[in-house]
Design a protein around this ligand. Structure first.
Ligand SMILES: Cc1ncc(COP(=O)(O)O)c(C=O)c1O
Length: 445
């Protein structure tokens, strides 16, 4: 074991990791990164096939993002956002709002994605209270939904493994079941959730008067297993929420910033599917710095404006709200998306991933699905049944892919390709080949 690995094992607690796994298979030592590649201490390179937990939309060290970062650092890097006006912040808010003119009027900024969802939940409850709806404090979320790691975001999530030890701390929220699962845009019922909607509507109707908001990952449910739901669900939910005084909160943290082929995944269901509050993070800064943005309709923002003594202000404060470096980088991300036609590239090259995965035609890859620059499948035995959990097939597939030159961290036994949006067809094919070889290796024994 190298000196650095030994020091790491002693002092650093890796996220979302059983640390004893590192005694079996040491973590990889990264010494550089560029574009879609990670460079390792042993001289090898890996394709970052999961965009470093789904955030590196433009790959690593995009020269324009690095320049925006260093230019801003030469002026000021962070100044308290209360009581100050900062040009990168104002410009970012204006540009985010201009992407859907008239739909939203204000932007609240903070650090990571979980915080963005917390902000949206708090804002929904306070908004309901300030319009006299004090009984509306409940939230509903989707089956297999994931919204972050804080107590409140876990409460509105449905990912048992992450939440089990903290169950007693979580507040009660409704989990909507019977979702319109689809395989992707080629699915004939992609834009049609009519079969499933009546049962979902009944679940909502039962709790309607107590609801402050409904929280959804639009189209792509990430941590819950890279599952896809019909964009038509969003359209129906948005109409239902409007009719019942409930706020629809779209968690665009993983699905947005172009991952599903549009800046907001919600918009795949048309303008009517746009939520009340939309939360962006991850790809918003191209994964350079933590930043989340909550997009808020002007009418909701107005409900918080009153003379100071009325006590209607939203008193949420995070130290790094409106961080100037993050805002400067996010502004440049928006420019790069325009100049390099990133959404056009996703439209042209994205289907290659899901078609490629489907054409592997492996009995061990079940429920192949994909949208935008993402494709996934579930590892199963040849007879279609799941592998025993203790076999850790997905984890072994991840290790097999590392040996072949790709970082493809699995979600349990779900394998997926979610590379930077700039990934070229040749590299997509390489990822598909590595995945195919890795699956073949780990299902054999
Ligand atoms: C859909 C979704 N919501 C929220 C989060 C939490 O974001 P963060 O890890 O930045 O707190 C994630 C992170 O993976 C996510 O995928």
């Amino acid at each position: 074991m190298s000196d650095l690995l030994a020091r790491d094992r002693r002092v650093f607690w890796h996220p979302c990791t059983q640390m004893t796994d590192h005694d079996l298979v040491p973590p990889i030592e990264v010494v550089g990164a560029e574009g879609i590649h990670l460079h390792l201490a042993d001289g090898r390179s890996l394709i970052d096939g999961i965009s470093s937990w789904w955030c590196k939309s433009l790959g690593h060290r995009h020269p324009r993002l690095i320049r925006a970062l260093t230019d801003q650092a030469g002026r000021f890097e962070h100044v308290i956002a209360a009581n100050t006006v900062q040009e990168p912040t104002v410009r970012l808010c204006e540009r985010l709002l201009a992407l859907h003119p008239g739909r939203w009027g204000r932007v609240f900024l903070a650090g990571d994605g979980s915080t963005g969802i917390e902000i949206a939940l708090k804002m929904a409850v306070q908004w309901q209270r300030q319009r006299g709806q004090t009984g509306r404090t409940r939230f509903a979320g989707l089956e297999d939904g994931y919204h972050g790691e804080t107590i409140a975001t876990m409460s509105v999530s449905d990912c048992g493994v992450f939440r089990a030890p903290f169950q007693d701390l979580c507040f009660d929220a409704t989990v909507l079941t019977g979702l319109p699962r689809r395989s992707g845009p080629e699915d004939p019922r992609w834009l049609d959730a009519s079969a499933e909607w009546p049962a979902i509507e009944r679940q909502l109707a039962a709790i309607a008067p107590t609801l402050a908001g409904v929280v959804v990952e639009p189209v792509l449910q990430g941590a819950g297993g890279m599952r896809l739901v019909s964009p038509d669900l969003l359209r129906r939910m948005a109409a239902w929420c409007r009719a019942h005084g409930v706020l629809l909160i779209a968690d665009e943290i993983a699905a947005g910033s172009g991952r599903c082929g549009a800046w907001l995944a919600s918009s795949l269901g048309g303008d009517e599917a746009l939520p009340d509050l939309a939360v962006l993070s991850k790809g918003l800064t191209g994964g350079v710095l933590p930043l989340c943005a909550v997009l808020i309709p002007e009418a909701i923002a107005q409900a918080f404006e009153a003379p100071w003594i009325a006590g209607r202000a939203f008193l949420h404060s995070n130290t790094y709200t409106g961080h100037a470096l993050a805002c400067a980088v996010a502004n440049e991300v928006l420019s790069v998306y325009e100049d390099e036609d990133i959404l056009g590239r996703v439209a042209r090259h994205g289907p290659r991933l899901r078609q490629g995965l489907a054409s592997l035609d492996s009995p061990h890859l079940n429920a192949v699905r994909g949208v935008g620059m993402m494709a996934a499948a579930d590892l199963v035995r040849a007879d279609g049944t799941p592998f025993p959990r203790e076999r850790r097939t997905g984890w072994r597939c991840f290790q097999a892919a590392l040996r072949r030159g790709a970082l493809l961290r699995s979600l349990g036994d779900t394998v997926y390709l979610l590379p930077p949006l700039i990934t070229e067809p040749g590299d997509q094919d390489r990822l598909l080949a590595i995945l195919a070889e890795s699956v073949a290796e780990v299902v054999r024994d």
